[in-house]
Design a protein around this ligand. Sequence first.
Ligand SMILES: Cc1cc2nc3c(=O)[nH]c(=O)nc-3n(C[C@H](O)[C@H](O)[C@H](O)COP(=O)(O)OP(=O)(O)OC[C@H]3O[C@@H](n4cnc5c(N)ncnc54)[C@H](O)[C@@H]3O)c2cc1C
Ligand code: SF4
Length: 328
Amino acid sequence: MQAFNYQQPHEIAEAIRMIKAPRAKFIGGGTNLVDLMKGGAESPLTLIDVTRLPMAKIELTADGGMRIGAGVRNSDAAHHEELRQRYPLLAEALLSGASPQLRNMATVGGNLLQRTRCYYFYDTAYGECNKRNPGSGCAARQGINRIHAVLGASEACVATHPSDMAVALLALDAVVKVEGPQGARDIALADFHRLPGSTPEIDTQLRPDELIVAVWLPPSRAASHSHYLKVRDRQSYAFALVSVAVALELEGGQIAGARVALGGVAHKPWRAAATEAALTGAPYSQATIERASALAMQGAVPLAHNAFKIELGRRAVARALTVAGERT
Ligand SMILES: Cc1cc2nc3c(=O)[nH]c(=O)nc-3n(C[C@H](O)[C@H](O)[C@H](O)COP(=O)(O)OP(=O)(O)OC[C@H]3O[C@@H](n4cnc5c(N)ncnc54)[C@H](O)[C@@H]3O)c2cc1C
Ligand code: SF4
Protein backbone atom coordinates (compact mmCIF):
# COMPACT_ATOMS: atom_id res chain seq x y z
CA MET A 1 0.00 0.00 0.00
CA GLN A 2 1.18 3.54 -0.80
CA ALA A 3 2.30 5.46 2.33
CA PHE A 4 -0.07 8.27 3.33
CA ASN A 5 -0.51 11.10 5.86
CA TYR A 6 -3.36 10.85 8.33
CA GLN A 7 -5.27 13.89 9.67
CA GLN A 8 -8.00 13.97 12.29
CA PRO A 9 -9.78 17.36 12.23
CA HIS A 10 -12.47 18.28 14.77
CA GLU A 11 -14.11 21.11 12.80
CA ILE A 12 -15.80 20.98 9.39
CA ALA A 13 -14.02 24.15 8.15
CA GLU A 14 -10.68 22.58 9.11
CA ALA A 15 -11.49 19.39 7.17
CA ILE A 16 -12.42 21.43 4.09
CA ARG A 17 -9.13 23.33 4.32
CA MET A 18 -7.17 20.06 4.62
CA ILE A 19 -8.74 18.49 1.52
CA LYS A 20 -6.79 20.97 -0.63
CA ALA A 21 -3.60 18.90 -0.05
CA PRO A 22 -2.44 16.93 -3.14
CA ARG A 23 -4.38 13.66 -3.63
CA ALA A 24 -6.21 14.04 -0.31
CA LYS A 25 -9.37 12.05 0.46
CA PHE A 26 -11.86 11.98 3.29
CA ILE A 27 -12.19 8.69 5.15
CA GLY A 28 -15.20 7.54 7.20
CA GLY A 29 -15.23 3.99 8.56
CA GLY A 30 -12.65 2.99 5.93
CA THR A 31 -14.52 -0.24 5.10
CA ASN A 32 -14.38 0.48 1.36
CA LEU A 33 -11.54 2.94 0.91
CA VAL A 34 -8.94 0.90 2.83
CA ASP A 35 -9.75 -2.22 0.76
CA LEU A 36 -9.24 -0.20 -2.41
CA MET A 37 -5.96 1.19 -1.09
CA LYS A 38 -4.69 -2.28 -0.16
CA GLY A 39 -5.44 -3.53 -3.67
CA GLY A 40 -3.91 -0.46 -5.33
CA ALA A 41 -7.14 0.70 -6.98
CA GLU A 42 -6.90 3.97 -4.97
CA SER A 43 -3.74 5.62 -3.66
CA PRO A 44 -4.43 8.86 -1.75
CA LEU A 45 -1.46 10.69 -0.22
CA THR A 46 -3.46 12.20 2.67
CA LEU A 47 -6.45 10.75 4.50
CA ILE A 48 -8.71 13.14 6.40
CA ASP A 49 -10.71 11.23 9.00
CA VAL A 50 -14.24 12.67 9.22
CA THR A 51 -15.38 10.62 12.20
CA ARG A 52 -14.36 13.28 14.79
CA LEU A 53 -16.33 16.02 13.02
CA PRO A 54 -19.57 17.27 14.61
CA MET A 55 -21.83 15.46 12.16
CA ALA A 56 -22.78 12.23 13.93
CA LYS A 57 -26.29 13.17 15.11
CA ILE A 58 -29.78 12.17 14.01
CA GLU A 59 -32.24 15.03 14.54
CA LEU A 60 -35.85 15.88 13.76
CA THR A 61 -36.10 19.09 11.71
CA ALA A 62 -38.64 21.89 12.13
CA ASP A 63 -40.25 21.03 8.76
CA GLY A 64 -41.19 17.56 10.04
CA GLY A 65 -38.29 15.80 8.36
CA MET A 66 -35.15 14.19 9.74
CA ARG A 67 -31.48 15.06 9.38
CA ILE A 68 -28.95 12.22 9.59
CA GLY A 69 -25.34 13.36 10.01
CA ALA A 70 -22.87 11.99 7.48
CA GLY A 71 -20.75 10.54 10.29
CA VAL A 72 -23.61 8.47 11.78
CA ARG A 73 -22.68 4.79 11.68
CA ASN A 74 -24.97 2.54 9.64
CA SER A 75 -25.86 0.47 12.76
CA ASP A 76 -26.79 3.58 14.79
CA ALA A 77 -29.09 4.80 12.00
CA ALA A 78 -30.69 1.37 11.53
CA HIS A 79 -31.49 1.03 15.26
CA HIS A 80 -32.54 4.66 15.92
CA GLU A 81 -36.08 4.40 17.34
CA GLU A 82 -37.56 7.53 15.72
CA LEU A 83 -35.95 6.77 12.37
CA ARG A 84 -37.31 3.21 12.43
CA GLN A 85 -40.82 4.50 13.09
CA ARG A 86 -40.80 7.28 10.50
CA TYR A 87 -38.67 5.63 7.81
CA PRO A 88 -38.80 1.84 8.31
CA LEU A 89 -37.79 1.42 4.66
CA LEU A 90 -34.40 2.99 5.39
CA ALA A 91 -33.81 0.85 8.48
CA GLU A 92 -34.67 -2.31 6.49
CA ALA A 93 -32.26 -1.36 3.71
CA LEU A 94 -29.45 -0.58 6.14
CA LEU A 95 -29.89 -3.87 7.99
CA SER A 96 -29.77 -5.81 4.72
CA GLY A 97 -26.27 -4.50 3.97
CA ALA A 98 -22.89 -6.06 4.79
CA SER A 99 -22.51 -7.56 8.31
CA PRO A 100 -23.06 -6.19 11.85
CA GLN A 101 -19.31 -5.53 12.23
CA LEU A 102 -19.14 -3.60 8.97
CA ARG A 103 -22.31 -1.64 9.77
CA ASN A 104 -20.77 -0.65 13.12
CA MET A 105 -17.91 1.01 11.22
CA ALA A 106 -19.57 2.25 8.00
CA THR A 107 -20.82 5.84 7.93
CA VAL A 108 -23.74 7.36 6.04
CA GLY A 109 -21.42 9.55 3.92
CA GLY A 110 -19.08 6.66 3.11
CA ASN A 111 -21.99 4.38 2.22
CA LEU A 112 -23.22 6.88 -0.40
CA LEU A 113 -19.73 7.13 -1.89
CA GLN A 114 -18.76 3.45 -1.78
CA ARG A 115 -17.50 2.33 -5.17
CA THR A 116 -18.78 -0.35 -7.51
CA ARG A 117 -18.10 -4.02 -6.75
CA CYS A 118 -17.09 -4.76 -10.38
CA TYR A 119 -14.33 -7.38 -10.04
CA TYR A 120 -12.26 -5.79 -12.80
CA PHE A 121 -12.28 -2.46 -10.97
CA TYR A 122 -10.85 -4.02 -7.79
CA ASP A 123 -8.34 -6.32 -9.47
CA THR A 124 -5.52 -4.13 -10.75
CA ALA A 125 -4.09 -7.11 -12.66
CA TYR A 126 -6.71 -6.19 -15.29
CA GLY A 127 -5.45 -3.28 -17.33
CA GLU A 128 -8.83 -2.54 -18.91
CA CYS A 129 -11.06 -0.53 -16.60
CA ASN A 130 -12.24 2.93 -17.63
CA LYS A 131 -13.38 3.69 -14.09
CA ARG A 132 -9.98 2.99 -12.56
CA ASN A 133 -7.87 4.00 -15.55
CA PRO A 134 -9.81 6.29 -17.95
CA GLY A 135 -9.40 5.40 -21.62
CA SER A 136 -8.18 1.83 -20.95
CA GLY A 137 -11.39 -0.01 -21.95
CA CYS A 138 -13.90 -2.13 -20.06
CA ALA A 139 -12.94 -5.74 -19.25
CA ALA A 140 -16.45 -6.50 -17.95
CA ARG A 141 -18.18 -5.91 -21.31
CA GLN A 142 -16.66 -9.11 -22.76
CA GLY A 143 -15.83 -10.75 -19.43
CA ILE A 144 -17.90 -12.14 -16.56
CA ASN A 145 -20.75 -9.64 -16.26
CA ARG A 146 -23.38 -11.45 -14.20
CA ILE A 147 -23.52 -8.70 -11.53
CA HIS A 148 -23.41 -5.79 -13.96
CA ALA A 149 -25.90 -3.19 -15.20
CA VAL A 150 -28.87 -3.72 -17.50
CA LEU A 151 -30.12 -0.12 -17.35
CA GLY A 152 -28.39 3.18 -18.13
CA ALA A 153 -25.02 1.58 -18.95
CA SER A 154 -22.64 2.94 -21.59
CA GLU A 155 -20.05 1.56 -23.98
CA ALA A 156 -17.41 2.75 -21.49
CA CYS A 157 -18.77 1.11 -18.30
CA VAL A 158 -21.43 -1.38 -17.23
CA ALA A 159 -20.83 -1.21 -13.46
CA THR A 160 -23.60 -1.00 -10.84
CA HIS A 161 -23.80 1.02 -7.63
CA PRO A 162 -23.76 -1.39 -4.67
CA SER A 163 -25.39 0.60 -1.84
CA ASP A 164 -28.64 -0.65 -0.30
CA MET A 165 -29.08 2.51 1.76
CA ALA A 166 -28.97 4.76 -1.31
CA VAL A 167 -31.84 2.87 -2.96
CA ALA A 168 -34.09 3.47 0.05
CA LEU A 169 -32.98 7.12 0.22
CA LEU A 170 -34.00 7.56 -3.43
CA ALA A 171 -37.48 6.19 -2.72
CA LEU A 172 -37.72 8.60 0.24
CA ASP A 173 -36.76 11.67 -1.87
CA ALA A 174 -33.70 12.35 0.29
CA VAL A 175 -31.43 15.35 -0.14
CA VAL A 176 -27.63 15.22 0.35
CA LYS A 177 -26.22 18.23 2.24
CA VAL A 178 -22.66 19.11 1.30
CA GLU A 179 -20.12 21.77 2.22
CA GLY A 180 -16.99 22.86 0.37
CA PRO A 181 -14.69 25.82 -0.23
CA GLN A 182 -17.46 27.43 -2.32
CA GLY A 183 -20.05 27.09 0.45
CA ALA A 184 -22.92 24.74 1.25
CA ARG A 185 -25.34 23.20 -1.23
CA ASP A 186 -28.08 20.60 -1.43
CA ILE A 187 -28.09 17.80 -4.01
CA ALA A 188 -31.25 15.70 -4.48
CA LEU A 189 -30.35 12.05 -4.08
CA ALA A 190 -31.93 11.44 -7.50
CA ASP A 191 -29.19 13.66 -9.01
CA PHE A 192 -26.35 12.69 -6.69
CA HIS A 193 -25.06 9.54 -8.44
CA ARG A 194 -24.25 9.68 -12.17
CA LEU A 195 -24.72 7.41 -15.14
CA PRO A 196 -21.33 6.41 -16.60
CA GLY A 197 -21.53 7.95 -20.08
CA SER A 198 -18.01 8.50 -21.38
CA THR A 199 -16.61 9.46 -17.93
CA PRO A 200 -17.27 6.47 -15.64
CA GLU A 201 -14.39 7.51 -13.38
CA ILE A 202 -16.77 10.16 -11.94
CA ASP A 203 -19.34 8.42 -9.75
CA THR A 204 -21.29 11.39 -8.37
CA GLN A 205 -21.99 15.13 -8.69
CA LEU A 206 -19.94 15.79 -5.53
CA ARG A 207 -16.82 17.85 -6.24
CA PRO A 208 -13.52 16.32 -5.02
CA ASP A 209 -13.15 19.08 -2.37
CA GLU A 210 -16.69 18.80 -1.01
CA LEU A 211 -17.66 17.04 2.22
CA ILE A 212 -21.01 15.32 2.74
CA VAL A 213 -22.27 16.68 6.07
CA ALA A 214 -25.74 15.13 6.28
CA VAL A 215 -28.70 13.56 4.53
CA TRP A 216 -32.12 15.16 4.96
CA LEU A 217 -35.33 13.18 4.67
CA PRO A 218 -38.62 14.98 4.00
CA PRO A 219 -41.67 13.92 6.05
CA SER A 220 -43.03 10.66 4.61
CA ARG A 221 -46.67 9.54 4.43
CA ALA A 222 -45.60 6.08 3.27
CA ALA A 223 -44.11 4.72 6.51
CA SER A 224 -46.74 2.04 7.04
CA HIS A 225 -46.70 0.81 3.42
CA SER A 226 -43.07 0.53 2.49
CA HIS A 227 -40.70 -2.38 1.93
CA TYR A 228 -37.08 -3.04 0.96
CA LEU A 229 -36.58 -6.31 -0.89
CA LYS A 230 -33.05 -7.50 -1.60
CA VAL A 231 -32.38 -10.48 -3.87
CA ARG A 232 -28.88 -11.92 -3.59
CA ASP A 233 -26.90 -15.13 -3.93
CA ARG A 234 -26.75 -15.66 -0.14
CA GLN A 235 -29.25 -14.53 2.47
CA SER A 236 -26.58 -12.60 4.36
CA TYR A 237 -23.32 -10.78 3.68
CA ALA A 238 -23.85 -10.41 -0.06
CA PHE A 239 -24.50 -7.49 -2.37
CA ALA A 240 -27.83 -7.19 -4.19
CA LEU A 241 -28.29 -8.78 -7.60
CA VAL A 242 -31.50 -6.77 -7.68
CA SER A 243 -33.11 -4.77 -4.91
CA VAL A 244 -36.33 -2.78 -4.69
CA ALA A 245 -37.42 0.01 -2.37
CA VAL A 246 -41.16 0.70 -2.42
CA ALA A 247 -43.04 3.47 -0.60
CA LEU A 248 -46.80 3.68 -1.13
CA GLU A 249 -49.32 6.25 0.10
CA LEU A 250 -52.59 4.35 0.34
CA GLU A 251 -55.90 6.18 0.87
CA GLY A 252 -59.06 4.10 1.09
CA GLY A 253 -57.80 1.41 -1.27
CA GLN A 254 -56.39 3.92 -3.78
CA ILE A 255 -52.69 4.61 -4.39
CA ALA A 256 -52.31 8.35 -3.80
CA GLY A 257 -48.54 8.32 -4.29
CA ALA A 258 -45.85 5.77 -5.15
CA ARG A 259 -42.08 5.65 -5.11
CA VAL A 260 -40.26 2.65 -6.57
CA ALA A 261 -36.45 2.54 -6.74
CA LEU A 262 -34.21 -0.29 -7.92
CA GLY A 263 -30.69 -1.28 -6.89
CA GLY A 264 -28.17 -3.64 -8.52
CA VAL A 265 -29.34 -2.82 -12.04
CA ALA A 266 -27.61 0.46 -12.94
CA HIS A 267 -24.63 2.73 -12.22
CA LYS A 268 -26.92 4.66 -9.85
CA PRO A 269 -30.02 3.86 -7.81
CA TRP A 270 -32.71 3.66 -10.49
CA ARG A 271 -36.16 5.23 -10.27
CA ALA A 272 -38.83 3.05 -11.93
CA ALA A 273 -40.73 6.09 -13.25
CA ALA A 274 -43.15 4.19 -15.53
CA THR A 275 -44.09 1.88 -12.65
CA GLU A 276 -44.72 4.85 -10.35
CA ALA A 277 -46.92 6.49 -12.99
CA ALA A 278 -48.95 3.29 -13.46
CA LEU A 279 -49.48 2.98 -9.71
CA THR A 280 -50.39 6.57 -8.90
CA GLY A 281 -54.14 7.14 -8.82
CA ALA A 282 -54.93 3.45 -9.43
CA PRO A 283 -56.74 1.14 -7.02
CA TYR A 284 -54.37 -1.01 -4.95
CA SER A 285 -55.04 -4.44 -6.50
CA GLN A 286 -53.28 -7.46 -7.97
CA ALA A 287 -54.13 -6.25 -11.47
CA THR A 288 -52.49 -2.86 -10.79
CA ILE A 289 -49.39 -4.55 -9.34
CA GLU A 290 -49.06 -6.79 -12.41
CA ARG A 291 -49.49 -3.93 -14.85
CA ALA A 292 -47.10 -1.61 -13.00
CA SER A 293 -44.36 -4.18 -12.30
CA ALA A 294 -44.30 -5.21 -15.98
CA LEU A 295 -43.02 -1.68 -16.73
CA ALA A 296 -40.24 -1.66 -14.11
CA MET A 297 -37.37 -2.74 -16.36
CA GLN A 298 -38.37 -0.68 -19.41
CA GLY A 299 -35.33 -0.01 -21.60
CA ALA A 300 -33.20 -2.78 -20.05
CA VAL A 301 -30.39 -4.16 -22.24
CA PRO A 302 -28.73 -7.39 -21.06
CA LEU A 303 -25.07 -8.39 -21.33
CA ALA A 304 -23.97 -12.00 -21.96
CA HIS A 305 -24.49 -13.19 -18.35
CA ASN A 306 -27.11 -10.96 -16.75
CA ALA A 307 -30.33 -11.25 -18.78
CA PHE A 308 -31.87 -12.93 -15.72
CA LYS A 309 -31.90 -9.53 -13.97
CA ILE A 310 -34.67 -8.27 -16.25
CA GLU A 311 -37.28 -10.85 -15.23
CA LEU A 312 -35.93 -10.87 -11.67
CA GLY A 313 -36.37 -7.08 -11.50
CA ARG A 314 -40.02 -7.25 -12.60
CA ARG A 315 -40.81 -10.02 -10.15
CA ALA A 316 -38.98 -8.32 -7.29
CA VAL A 317 -41.01 -5.14 -7.88
CA ALA A 318 -44.27 -7.13 -7.88
CA ARG A 319 -43.28 -8.86 -4.65
CA ALA A 320 -42.18 -5.65 -2.92
CA LEU A 321 -45.43 -3.91 -3.91
CA THR A 322 -47.42 -6.83 -2.53
CA VAL A 323 -45.57 -6.84 0.81
CA ALA A 324 -45.74 -3.03 1.16
CA GLY A 325 -49.47 -2.90 0.38
CA GLU A 326 -50.38 -5.71 2.75
CA ARG A 327 -48.57 -4.14 5.72
CA THR A 328 -50.89 -2.66 8.29
C1 LIG B 1 -17.47 -7.59 2.76
C2 LIG B 1 -18.33 -6.39 2.52
C3 LIG B 1 -19.69 -6.55 2.27
C4 LIG B 1 -20.50 -5.44 2.06
N1 LIG B 1 -21.84 -5.62 1.77
C5 LIG B 1 -22.61 -4.53 1.52
C6 LIG B 1 -24.00 -4.65 1.20
O1 LIG B 1 -24.55 -5.76 1.14
N2 LIG B 1 -24.72 -3.53 0.96
C7 LIG B 1 -24.14 -2.30 1.03
O2 LIG B 1 -24.85 -1.29 0.80
N3 LIG B 1 -22.85 -2.13 1.31
C8 LIG B 1 -22.09 -3.22 1.56
N4 LIG B 1 -20.76 -3.05 1.83
C9 LIG B 1 -20.17 -1.74 1.68
C10 LIG B 1 -20.22 -0.94 2.93
O3 LIG B 1 -21.55 -0.57 3.19
C11 LIG B 1 -19.38 0.30 2.63
O4 LIG B 1 -18.03 -0.14 2.59
C12 LIG B 1 -19.55 1.37 3.67
O5 LIG B 1 -20.88 1.82 3.72
C13 LIG B 1 -18.64 2.55 3.38
O6 LIG B 1 -18.70 3.44 4.47
P1 LIG B 1 -17.36 3.92 5.18
O7 LIG B 1 -17.73 4.96 6.16
O8 LIG B 1 -16.55 2.76 5.67
O9 LIG B 1 -16.64 4.57 3.89
P2 LIG B 1 -15.09 4.74 3.60
O10 LIG B 1 -14.53 3.45 3.13
O11 LIG B 1 -14.43 5.43 4.72
O12 LIG B 1 -15.17 5.78 2.39
C14 LIG B 1 -15.82 5.46 1.18
C15 LIG B 1 -15.70 6.68 0.25
O13 LIG B 1 -16.44 7.76 0.79
C16 LIG B 1 -15.62 8.93 0.94
N5 LIG B 1 -16.15 9.62 2.12
C17 LIG B 1 -16.44 9.06 3.32
N6 LIG B 1 -17.10 9.94 4.10
C18 LIG B 1 -17.23 11.08 3.37
C19 LIG B 1 -17.85 12.34 3.60
N7 LIG B 1 -18.50 12.61 4.75
N8 LIG B 1 -17.80 13.28 2.64
C20 LIG B 1 -17.16 13.03 1.46
N9 LIG B 1 -16.56 11.85 1.19
C21 LIG B 1 -16.62 10.88 2.12
C22 LIG B 1 -14.21 8.41 1.04
O14 LIG B 1 -13.29 9.37 0.56
C23 LIG B 1 -14.29 7.20 0.12
O15 LIG B 1 -14.10 7.60 -1.22
C24 LIG B 1 -19.93 -4.14 2.10
C25 LIG B 1 -18.57 -3.97 2.36
C26 LIG B 1 -17.77 -5.08 2.57
C27 LIG B 1 -16.31 -4.86 2.85
S1 SF4 C 1 -17.75 -2.13 -15.82
FE1 SF4 C 1 -16.84 -0.15 -15.30
S2 SF4 C 1 -15.77 -0.65 -13.40
FE2 SF4 C 1 -16.10 -2.60 -14.43
S3 SF4 C 1 -14.35 -2.97 -15.80
FE3 SF4 C 1 -15.85 -1.88 -17.00
S4 SF4 C 1 -15.19 0.25 -16.75
FE4 SF4 C 1 -14.27 -0.86 -15.08
